[in-house]
Design a binder for this molecule. Structure first.
Ligand SMILES: [Cu+2]
Length: 154
């Protein structure tokens, strides 16, 4: 009588462990950000500075953050937000789970400084987006007419 009872407990324990590991695996799968980028454009720059806009959509079940941006076309790329009409650099921007981070004219944007040359309308500027958790994403940003001029000295 005792031996079968002990065996049953061991089997139950093994099943519980397997179930736990399985749910952990699927849990981390569901709990990841799934990022995609679209609507990217750069107004053709009129100085050695340029703004960049894009939308990062997150279909995943976990939030992520845009933490930095790099581009061979510029000496430095920073992430800015606009508060009461004034731009300021931010450490990172949140990309909510099942949501999107929108960078648009008059709001959040990428700021390219020390452009090595001024890209023209019709060209692409390649940038690499870096995130808190997700792998970096390379985006080709098409250059559009200069309808937006970033203010200097902000
Ligand atoms: Cu700015």
């Amino acid at each position: 009588m005792r031996c079968p009872a002990v065996a049953a407990v061991v089997v139950a324990g093994a099943l519980a462990l397997t179930g736990c590991g399985g749910s952990d695996g699927s849990g981390s799968g569901d709990g990841k950000a799934h990022l995609s980028v679209d609507s990217a454009y750069m107004p053709q720059p009129v100085s050695d500075m340029a703004a960049g806009f894009l939308t990062i959509t997150n279909d995943g079940g976990a939030a992520d953050r845009l933490t930095s941006v790099s581009s061979k076309a510029a000496g430095q790329v920073t992430v800015h937000e606009t508060v009461d009409g004034a731009m300021q650099e931010v450490e990172a921007l949140e990309i909510p789970a099942h949501g999107a981070l929108v960078l648009e004219s008059g709001g959040n944007h990428l700021m390219f400084e020390q452009l090595k040359r001024q890209p023209k309308q019709g060209e692409n500027v390649s940038v690499e987006l870096h995130f808190d958790r997700s792998d970096p994403v390379t985006v080709e940003i098409p250059v559009k007419p200069a309808t937006f001029t970033p203010k200097t000295g902000h």
